[in-house]
Structures are given as C-alpha cells and as structure tokens.
Design a protein. Structure first.
Length: 571
C-alpha cells in the first residue's frame, strides 16, 4: 500500500511535465485504468490535502508517490504540480518459471488465478476437521474472494477470539498474498507436531484471505500477475473505498465496490477480535488512526504489538529489513500520511475491532525466488501477531435472573473514549466478549439498556487471557438487601447469588431465630425453624434446585421479623 528489503524508493529531480510524460500517462490510463506518478508536495499544500486528489502510495518528507485513475488525474492536473510518470511496479516484474515440485519450491512462484483457487480448495479438502473454506463474495468480474477458517472445530463457531489476516487489497502488492498461502500451509502441516501452532489453532478461530483484489492481480490474464494493478476492475482503490469515521460513507467519491460490500458484510458477521491487512511498497507496521491526528485510547497497546511484530522480523530478516520509511519499523498512520476510506479505520472504529496495516516488502512484486526470504523473516512475527489475541480479558455476560446471554458495552472507565468507539461489545447470542489489553489492573464496566451498570476489577497477567463472568441485574429487579424490620441484625453477604445464600448476623438476636425463604407470591420454599446465631456469625443455605428469580428471606425472633430480598442467578 504505502515503500527496504531489496529496493529503496527513488528520489527525483523535478522539472516541468514533458509532452512525453503526458503521452505516457494517457497511455497507462487507457490501457490499465491507472498510472503511477511522483512529485514534490508544494509548500502551499499539505500532504494530507493531497490525499483527496490522488491515492498516495509512499511519502518521504515532501516527496510523494501516488496512483491516479482518470478522474483523479484530472483533479490533480488542476493543481498545476509538476510530476513524473513512473513505470508501474508490475511492469518491472519478470514473471520467471513456475517451480511447483515440492513443498519448498511451491512458494517460489506466483500462482495463476486457477491455481490459487485450487490451492485454497485443496487446503480445505485435505484438512476437513480443522478447516472450512468461506466465500466472502465476488469481485466486479466475478472472481472468488476466499477465506480459509482454521480452528480445532472449524465446522462450528466457538467462543474463542477470532483473528483475520488478509492481503493484497491492492492487486499489485503480492508479497503478503504469498506469505498468507505459506502460512496456511504451515499451520495445517505442523498442527500435530508444533505445540505453538497447536495452541493457536486450538484456542483461536483463524481466518486467512490471501487475495482481496483478484481483478487487480490478474488484470490482463488469469495465468500471470504480470501487469497487475493497484485498483480493481473499475479503477477504484479498494483501500480508500470504505466508510471513514471522519470523512463519511464515501470519502473517495465512489460507490462501494462489489469487493468492498462483500468484505464489509463478512467483517460485520464475523466480528473479529484482531485483524491485519497486508500490503507492499514499504516495510513498516502502521496502526490507527489513519484519518485522525488524535491517538486511539489503546495507542500504547497498538504500539506494543506493532513493535513485537517488527522485533521478530528484525531478528530473522536480512540487514535493513523493516527500516523503511522508519528505522523503528513502526508508525502511527496519521504520522506517516493521512488517508481516508481505509479498511484499518473502518474495522477499528465502525466495528470496534483492532486492525493494523503491515507493509511487508518495499518491492511490491519481488522476484518470486525471494519469497522464501520474506517468509523466513515474517513467519515468527505472524505467529506472534496471532498470539496477541490470547492476551487480555475474555468472558461472558448474562442476565442474572434468566441466564440469557446479553449484548452489552464493555468499557474501561478513564481509559476508553466514546468518540473513539474503543469499548467492545459482547455477542448477543452467546454473551461472549474479548478485550485485548496490556498486562495490568483494570476496572471493567458493563452497560446495557434495561440493566444496572456492573463494574468489576480485573488483573490481567502477561501472555494469557483472564476469564471473567458478568451477571447483569435488570432494572426491574430490586437487589437491595434490606426491606423491612425494626433493626438490621443480618445482611446478605453477596447479592445476587448462585448456588448458595450466605447471611451474616450483625447483632446477637433475642433467642432462637426462624429463617424462611419465600417467592414473591408468598409461597414458603425453605423453612429452618430454629438457629441460635451470635454477632458476626455466618449462615449458609444451599439453593440448588431453586429457579432463577427474586426471593425474600426472613429472620424471626422474639422481638420481630426482619426481611431481605435477594436474587438467585442462573449458574
């Protein structure tokens, strides 16, 4: 998406646009629907302003590389900025000879479209117990948008964190596509031999979509990626085509493309916990926001997981890998350059997910024989990124009386910001939720219409998901333990309760005490005729078999009767 393993970005000496450049850009637009240009951003404009005219690809200082379709080119020309036409990356690429004889050499060539589809189908057919092949939708030209689910029970949905890895939304950025195919193969091949991979597959639902823009990748022929384009068949940049939290539903001025609509529907249905969008043209992990200068409330978390990805890539990649355009290999999106309509901010804001953009190669379509080098550099990073979904808080939220799963908002007071949509949501069918956080102590607040707010304190250890269960008390249920009586000599220790009701005597009663439990219709359900408690003593009553609901416990001595309401919750 945006450009140092084997090639650094080119710097340009500027001169007025030549007639040769004008002819060349016209040729590219007529043939390919897009062209690549380079220019210096003038002092009178900001790079951010230019993102409304062109699809920015790479920025270093004031030097910009961008793609334009015909409409964008006409708008850009009106600015009068000198530019230079560049040879598209996919026309500089030499296809080479396919090598497919072994597991190793299978990753030394770019597949044809048919071969790609057959690979995805073969992965699923050969591993039916841990895979399921999903059709996300279809491209403008009817090509398949595929995602392979990998999980220990792939045929059913489980209450586990969901991870989504997707690549090549820009059709001429293909290193990520090859990494995703190799990752699928490695997860399946090593499931029974690698404890690390088995832990991932057994505890996550992993979805991998290697190719999000097949029309761009196979622009001129289904047999080769030579000539691939960034844009889709309608010459639209799919990573500028999503709703944007700052710029509205159609920030690029284009209707939602077939690929965009299919992807949005899939993302909304799956509600992924963690996702990553793989690109090429740079070597950097880019995290939210792209559209706002303000930081996400989880900025420290985003920065940390990005650093962990890059640290592993630095360790296993060649010298200089993941250092362009930043030596650290990490950047906030807006700090690099602003874009609107990107999938990263769509997922993170509209869907309350957590997504980063990972640029894995400065060369968009490297020589295929170098793919194993990129694989070796990224394999541990990819595993580590998926493991991020196993760090934080997970649990279930249910109605305290009926046990019904609830959809609630879960936030961290003093940390989350409403305008950032950083609170997460529990699943309405299961009540399951995941909140990814750094290790530490957190107060978690649960809110839902018709229910009392619930607050709990959670300590999150490193490298694991802490389990919690939240019971929401309906507004209609009175959970106050004191109701009536001339004195307060007993209290319900914990209200609501599950299997056992415990009361504490705050004073010594006058003589023996009779304890009884009633339903709200007055029916006696428990009767303990004579107990002799003293101040501070506890009395426990087993409530197994009692239906969830609101009940009354009374204590009667020679001076009178004392009552408390309590709520029995589903287990």
């Amino acid at each position: 998406m945006r450009h140092a393993l084997f090639l650094l970005p080119v710097f340009f000496l500027w001169k007025p646009v030549s007639s040769q450049d004008t002819a060349k850009i016209t040729e590219y637009l007529n043939l390919r629907g897009e062209a690549v240009i380079a220019f210096d951003c003038p002092a009178s404009l900001s790079v951010d302003e230019l993102s409304g005219y062109v699809s920015i690809d790479f920025v270093r200082g004031r030097e910009v590389t961008a793609y334009v379709n015909r409409k964008q080119y006409e708008r850009f020309r009106s600015l009068g900025i000198p530019y230079r036409v560049l040879i598209p990356p996919s026309l500089s690429f030499v296809p080479g000879v396919p090598l497919k004889s072994t597991r190793e050499t299978a990753w030394n060539h770019y597949p044809s479209y048919i071969e790609y589809v057959q690979n995805m189908q073969s992965f699923a057919a050969s591993n039916p117990s841990i895979t399921q092949l999903d059709t996300i939708g279809y491209s403008v030209k009817g090509k398949l948008l595929l995602a392979l689910k990998i999980s220990d029970s792939a045929s059913r949905e489980q209450n586990e964190p969901r991870v989504f890895l997707t690549s090549s939304i820009h059709g001429d950025e293909l290193t990520g596509c090859m990494l995703m195919l190799h990752l699928i193969d490695s997860l399946l091949a090593a499931y029974n031999t690698s404890p690390r991979i088995k832990r991932l597959v057994d505890n996550l639902e992993i979805y991998i979509n290697p190719l999000a823009n097949p029309d761009g990748t196979y622009k001129f022929s289904d047999t080769t990626v030579y000539g691939a384009t960034r844009f889709n068949a309608n010459a639209v940049d799919l990573n500028r085509n999503f709703p944007d939290p700052a710029a509205g539903d159609h920030p690029d001025g284009e209707p939602w493309q077939a690929e965009t609509q299919a992807m949005m529907k899939y993302l909304q249905e799956k509600h992924f916990t963690l996702s990553a969008n793989f690109h090429g043209g740079a070597e950097v992990v880019n995290y939210p926001w792209d559209t706002w200068v303000e930081r996400h409330p989880d900025d420290a978390w985003f920065h940390q997981i990005s650093l962990r990805y890059v640290d592993a890539a630095h360790s296993y990649g060649p010298p200089g890998y993941f250092t362009s355009p930043y030596a650290s290999g990490v950047t906030n999106g807006y700090d690099w350059y602003r874009i609107t309509g990107g999938r990263q901010d769509y997922v993170t804001w509209f869907l309350r997910g957590r997504e980063v953009t990972i640029e894995v190669s400065s060369v968009k379509i490297p020589d295929a024989t170098l793919i194993p080098v990129y694989w070796n550099a990224n394999f541990r990073s990819l595993l580590g990124y998926m493991e991020e979904a196993l760090r934080g808080i997970q649990g279930f939220v249910t109605d305290s009386i009926t046990g019904k799963p609830l959809r609630v908002w879960l936030s961290i007071p003093g940390h989350d910001v409403p305008s950032a949509n950083s609170a997460v949501e529990s699943d309405s069918l299961t009540g399951y939720f995941v909140r990814l956080v750094l290790p530490g102590e957190y107060t978690l607040k649960a809110e839902a219409p018709g229910y009392k707010d619930r607050m709990i304190t959670v300590t999150v250890p490193p490298d694991s998901l802490v389990q919690v269960r939240l019971f929401m008390v309906p507004d209609s249920a009175d959970s106050s333990d004191h109701i009536s009586g001339a004195g307060q000599y007993f209290a319900v220790v914990q209200n609501p309760v599950t299997e056992e009701l415990t009361i504490r005597y705050l004073d010594t009663p006058d003589g023996p005490v009779r304890l009884r439990i009633f339903d709200l219709k007055g029916k006696v359900l428990f009767d303990i005729p004579s107990v002799r408690p003293v101040q501070g003593s506890l009395c426990s009553i087993n409530l197994r078999g009692l239906e969830p609901g609101v009940y009354l416990i009374t204590a009667t001595d020679r001076k009178g009767k004392y009552s408390r309401k309590f709520i029995k919750m589903a287990q």
